[in-house]
Design a protein around this ligand. Structure first.
Ligand code: NAD
Ligand code: MG
Length: 400
């Protein structure tokens, strides 16, 4: 039996992971489930999956969960923990084999790192871990013999389209494997064809109404601005030792090709499938084998047509800002990410307009100088400072 800790169990990726585990219950056990504060959802998951440990970051939510689990004779033996430290604790628990890192945002960094330091198989959905601390994270994976498998559908597709040896011979460059470029696909989100003049008035619900994927609200807004693709460019650079110039973003509105790898001999390898996160989740859980994920087979006759276009950097300013941050290096990606988290939250709370998100990120990046990202302390301090600047910019947004 393989014990899986699911960090962010109540979210979109966490729930899809549990769906896969329910189909593969003879091989995988949901050993630990964690959530921020959604007691009802975590309680239901505890009843269905009987984990050994349930974590709620929020103390009063943990107390409430504990009481509800006690009242149900089927769940009295589940241990309830609370606080951020408990996330690191389950991520490094001796009995845990695989860690699904599916917390949203910078809040997921510490527990992902804890999993890397404990040599786990890390199923990485939390792209922010690599965006903020790519060098430290990759080093921790290497030093501790952890196995890092990407869950982000594009990176999972790239991983599947890479030569097998790429993952074992990390020191080499893309060119050593005859790779010309990575083609990172993007749906373009809900506003791909909206008139630019209308973007100012877009509401959170419109921004979260993604044409092809069902996801949490933060990443849905990031898809609408294409900051999500920007973060993914940075994520890909760490996972596949690629430079900004090695990664071409391709808009592909159908979300059927999840990314491609272009080789020097003219070959392009791609991974296709229905847009459903259970495919990359099942791939990474079963790797190097394959198993059923519950996803319907792709019907290429029904799809009939696939289309591609270049991204427009004037429409998707956030994508350009992410490329800039990657080229700057050091703490620049952490600053970009922190400012974006603040701006997206302000937009979701209807405090700023959709088009102010890139403004806030851009101005935070120009106000806070990036330094080398040699230690976690430097990265976290850049993150804190960027959040403060971005919050002030949100308040004084009319002066930007
Ligand atoms: P979500 O908002 O649906 O779920 C987030 C989860 O994180 C919840 O379980 C929540 O309780 C937990 N959480 C939130 N804040 C927390 C905090 N401060 N401390 C501890 N836990 C906290 O998010 P999601 O869409 O499932 O995305 C999760 C991660 O996966 C993100 O990094 C996202 O970029 C990435 N990802 C998601 C998808 C997708 O299809 N949803 C695809 C690719 C990558
Ligand atoms: Mg993705």
């Amino acid at each position: 039996m393989i014990n899986v800790a699911i960090l962010g169990a109540t979210g979109s990726v966490g729930s899809s992971t549990l769906d896969v585990i329910a189909r593969q219950s003879e091989r995988f056990c949901a050993f630990a489930l964690t959530a921020h504060s959604n007691v009802q959802r975590l309680y239901e998951q505890c009843v269905q999956f009987s984990p050994k440990i349930a974590v709620m970051v929020n103390q009063s939510s943990a107390d409430e969960l504990q009481q509800r689990l006690k009242d149900n004779p089927k769940t009295t033996s589940i241990q309830v923990l609370s606080g951020c430290d408990a996330l690191d604790q389950v991520a490094s628990d001796e009995q845990v084999d695989y860690v699904m890192a599916a917390i949203v945002g910078a809040a997921g960094l510490s527990s992902s790192l804890a999993a890397a330091k404990s040599g786990k198989r890390i199923l990485l959905a939390n792209k922010e871990s690599l965006v903020m601390s790519g060098a430290l994270f990759m080093q921790a994976v290497k030093d501790n013999g952890a196995t890092l498998l990407p869950i982000d559908s594009e990176h999972n597709a790239i991983f599947q389209s890479m030569p097998e040896q790429f993952n074992t011979i990390k020191a080499k460059t893309l060119n050593d494997f005859g790779i010309e470029k990575i083609l990172l696909t993007a749906s373009g989100g809900p506003f791909l064809n909206k008139a630019l003049a209308d973007l100012d008035n877009m509401t959170p619900d419109q921004a979260c109404n993604h044409p092809t994927w069902e996801m949490g609200r933060k990443i849905s807004v990031d898809s609408a601005t294409m900051m999500n693709k920007g973060l993914e460019v940075i994520e890909a650079s760490w996972l596949f030792s690629a430079s900004a110039d090695d990664i071409q973003v391709v808009i592909h509105p159908q979300s059927i090709i999840h990314s491609m790898v272009s080789y020097n001999d003219g070959s392009v390898l791609a991974q296709l499938g229905n847009p459903d996160m259970r495919t990359p989740i099942a791939h990474a859980m079963a790797w190097p084998e394959r198993m059923d994920s519950g996803v319907a087979q792709l019907n290429i006759f029904e799809i009939a047509q696939l289309s591609f276009q270049k991204p427009d950097f004037e429409r998707f300013i956030c994508l350009q800002l992410a490329y800039d941050a990657l080229r700057m290096g050091g703490t620049a990606p952490a600053i970009l990410n922190a400012a974006n988290e603040i701006a997206v939250e302000a937009f979701l709370q209807e405090e700023i307009a959709f088009t102010q998100i890139p403004d806030i990120v851009k101005h935070t990046m120009s106000q806070l100088k990036a330094v080398s990202a040699d230690s976690l302390a430097l990265i976290l301090s850049a993150d804190t400072e960027a959040r403060q600047i971005a919050k002030t910019l949100c308040i004084h947004r009319d002066k930007i």
